[in-house]
Design a protein around this ligand. Structure first.
Ligand SMILES: Nc1ncnc2c1ncn2[C@@H]1O[C@H](COP(=O)(O)OP(=O)(O)O)[C@@H](O)[C@H]1O
Ligand SMILES: Cc1cn([C@H]2C[C@H](O)[C@@H](COP(=O)(O)O)O2)c(=O)[nH]c1=O
Length: 286
């Protein structure tokens, strides 16, 4: 198991990962479903994802034996209609945050609840109409510059009908705290938030950690260290760029354990210094 769960909800279910030493990759046991959904490319032709919301079970084809984890968030029927919830999923890159978010959203849809997914429009790696995992699994989403524009883009009537809102790449939303508080406390909806808790320097990333005091549950996932295969809690940036926000995947980042984060940072820093001194020398070249 590659997860640490700090949760008030004992019933919270997160994917169980198995480790394949060949690939050094964590593989969710439910990956069959996701690869099936991915292969059938259910949402690849979406032009306007908003028109597909709320997401419906009919939009997703599931193998009949797929183990839907309907208890991963409280069922609305067990709560008063005005009781919202906030669930937070954090971890380094490649830890399965998006996979877990889609899994929970899927369970909610199968429970008959109206769901929408939002992601930041800063992350355009796979286009703006879908949330996509590193394995290529996808669901349609609204890509927005900020969360405060969601109600307007989505439409008030459609918003009122929503039970659950999933947010991916939450680290890019500066207005995360106010949005989650309003949606859960005031509008009585469930919010499932997935994002990086730390940046490549292991500092707070955006407002993700700010919403912990608002949350019903917090799940910290881990990946596999790309160097030794141990549990990875950190994201190492392999390039010399130093700005906090830098969109990228395995070309720029790798998940690492503590030991390899420390040694990796030393190596990257050394490379950065060599590069800078070379640039300086070149600058003084005739
Ligand atoms: N080093 C790694 N450790 C774990 N999973 C990895 C690694 N490299 C690639 N993966 C793949 O990434 C998938 C998780 O992708 P995703 O849910 O998009 O993660 P996240 O949203 O946390 O970045 C895993 O199921 C696995 O197939
Ligand atoms: C560590 C780190 C990451 N980012 C970016 C890189 C990716 O575009 C996303 C994270 O995506 P994932 O779904 O969690 O794999 O965030 C960044 O901008 N700055 C960083 O320090």
């Amino acid at each position: 198991m590659l997860k640490i769960t700090i949760s008030r909800m004992k019933a919270l279910i997160i994917p169980t990962f198995s480790f394949s030493p060949m690939s050094k990759r964590a593989i969710p046991l439910a990956s069959n479903f996701f690869s099936l959904a991915s292969k059938s490319n259910l949402f690849s032709n979406l032009q306007n994802p908003v028109s597909y919301f709320p997401l419906k079970p009919s939009m997703i084809s599931l193998p009949s034996n797929f183990p839907i984890q309907t208890r991963c968030v409280h069922s609305k029927s067990s709560l008063s209609s005005s009781s919202g919830e906030i669930h937070v999923i954090v971890g380094p890159m490649f830890a399965g945050k998006t996979t877990t978010l889609l899994h929970r959203v899927q369970a909610e849809i199968n429970d008959g609840r109206n769901v929408a997914i939002i992601k930041s429009n800063k992350d355009n790696r796979y286009g703006l109409d879908s949330v996509v995992t590193h394995d290529g699994v996808k669901l349609p989403c609204c890509a927005l510059p900020n969360l405060s524009s969601f109600k307007q883009s989505f439409g008030q009537d459609a918003y009122d009908q929503l039970d659950v809102i999933g947010i991916d790449e939450a680290q890019f939303f500066g207005d995360l705290y106010d949005f989650c508080r309003e949606v859960a406390d005031h509008d009585g909806k469930t919010v499932i938030v997935a994002g990086l808790d730390g940046d490549y320097l292991r500092r707070n990333f955006g407002s993700v950690l700010d919403i912990i005091p608002l949350a019903d549950s917090v799940t910290k996932l881990s990946a596999r260290c790309e160097i030794c295969g141990k549990r990875a809690f950190f994201t190492l940036r392999k390039t010399e760029e130093t700005q906090t926000e830098l969109i990228g995947g395995a070309d720029v980042y790798m998940p690492v354990c503590r030991q390899h984060y420390v040694s990796g940072q030393v190596a990257v820093e050394a490379a950065r210094m060599v590069l800078e001194s070379q640039k300086a020398q070149c600058g003084s070249c005739p």
